[in-house]
Design a binder for this molecule. Structure first.
Ligand SMILES: *[C@@H]1O[C@H](CO)[C@@H](O)[C@H](O)[C@H]1NC(C)=O
Ligand SMILES: *[C@@H]1O[C@H](CO)[C@@H](O)[C@H](O)[C@H]1NC(C)=O
Ligand SMILES: *[C@@H]1O[C@H](CO)[C@@H](O)[C@H](O)[C@H]1NC(C)=O
Ligand SMILES: *[C@@H]1O[C@H](CO)[C@@H](O)[C@H](O)[C@H]1NC(C)=O
Ligand SMILES: *[C@@H]1O[C@H](CO)[C@@H](O)[C@H](O)[C@H]1NC(C)=O
Length: 234
């Protein structure tokens, strides 16, 4: 007993403290993605249930069987705090003002490490959930996203097809649903896309299903959605 106790005392040497510090730093690093959820049958089911409950499946996209978990992390301009758009979260226009980070958690890291992804953020409730004359409204569309296996963050390697504009539902509108979907990029995406969508394609009356069909994207790989209502000052 005494021997073990002595060893414990001895082990708190300067080197050990340094080692402990290094270990703590290493452990602290993944906490950058601390709010992300693991990929389990339950977490995937929770996402698809939320999509059905919000009428997104089949109202906006015909099917959604996610195999990855997506976290959409906004940085609030005034506080620099991170907010995570997990499925069905209510966010304000202030919270969603900046282009978010896309954090993907997958079980098959080999596929994710070798794939490129298409990221779409769009509004099926424009100008209001009751009158969808302008829907879908494209808030962001980009391809060539690569997955960082350490952080889970998806980073674009090419310019956006449609640059991010923040949610801005009109005054008095009910909150809109904002969908973020991740697709595995098809082989011929880059050569096919210019004739289908380019700088002159209006953001309004977009059809994600028609777009993904035309480019052979198949069903989305991961996704989330959040609600945002008009800014309180309007
Ligand atoms: C989000 O806001 C709606 C009202 O627009 C409310 O019914 C719902 O409970 C809120 N959800 C959460 C998780 O706070
Ligand atoms: C729907 O919204 C559009 C655009 O604001 C408007 O022109 C149109 O009159 C609205 N339709 C109805 C039925 O309210
Ligand atoms: C990635 O997207 C950002 C924001 O749209 C853009 O400024 C940047 O140039 C893009 N990166 C590349 C490599 O195109
Ligand atoms: C740009 O996209 C539109 C569809 O929005 C398409 O009709 C048009 O042919 C495309 N332009 C080019 C130069 O491919
Ligand atoms: C969107 O495209 C799909 C597939 O082409 C089609 O079935 C659907 O009716 C379209 N939705 C709208 C609102 O045009």
């Amino acid at each position: 007993m005494v021997k073990i106790f002595d060893m414990a005392i001895l082990s708190i040497s300067r080197n050990s403290l340094l080692l402990l510090f290094l270990l703590a730093s290493a452990l602290a690093r993944p906490s950058a993605k601390l709010e992300t959820r693991a990929v389990t049958d339950a977490s995937l089911k929770a996402v698809s249930t939320a999509f059905s409950k919000a009428g997104i499946v089949p109202g906006v996209i015909p099917v959604f069987k996610p195999t990855g978990i997506l976290d959409v992390v906004f940085t609030v301009p005034t506080t620099q705090k991170a907010v995570n758009a997990t499925p069905g979260t209510n966010l304000t226009t202030q919270q969603t003002a900046n282009e978010p980070n896309f954090v993907l958690t997958v079980s098959d890291t080999t596929i994710a490490s070798n794939a490129e992804f298409v990221v779409a953020l769009f509004d099926p409730d424009a100008p209001t959930p009751q009158n969808t004359t302008f829907a879908q409204f494209r808030h962001l569309l980009g391809a060539g996203y690569r997955w960082n296996a350490d952080t889970g963050v998806l980073t674009n390697t090419t310019a956006a097809l449609t640059e991010f504009v923040p949610p801005a539902p009109p005054p008095k509108s009910d909150p809109h649903r904002y969908l973020v979907l991740i697709y595995e990029q098809s082989e011929d995406f880059a050569c096919k896309v210019p004739s289908i969508l380019n700088a002159s394609t209006p953001r309004t009356n977009f059809n994600m299903t028609a777009f993904s069909d035309a480019l052979g994207l198949g069903a989305p790989f991961a996704g989330t959605f959040f609600f945002t209502g008009p800014s309180e000052s309007t």
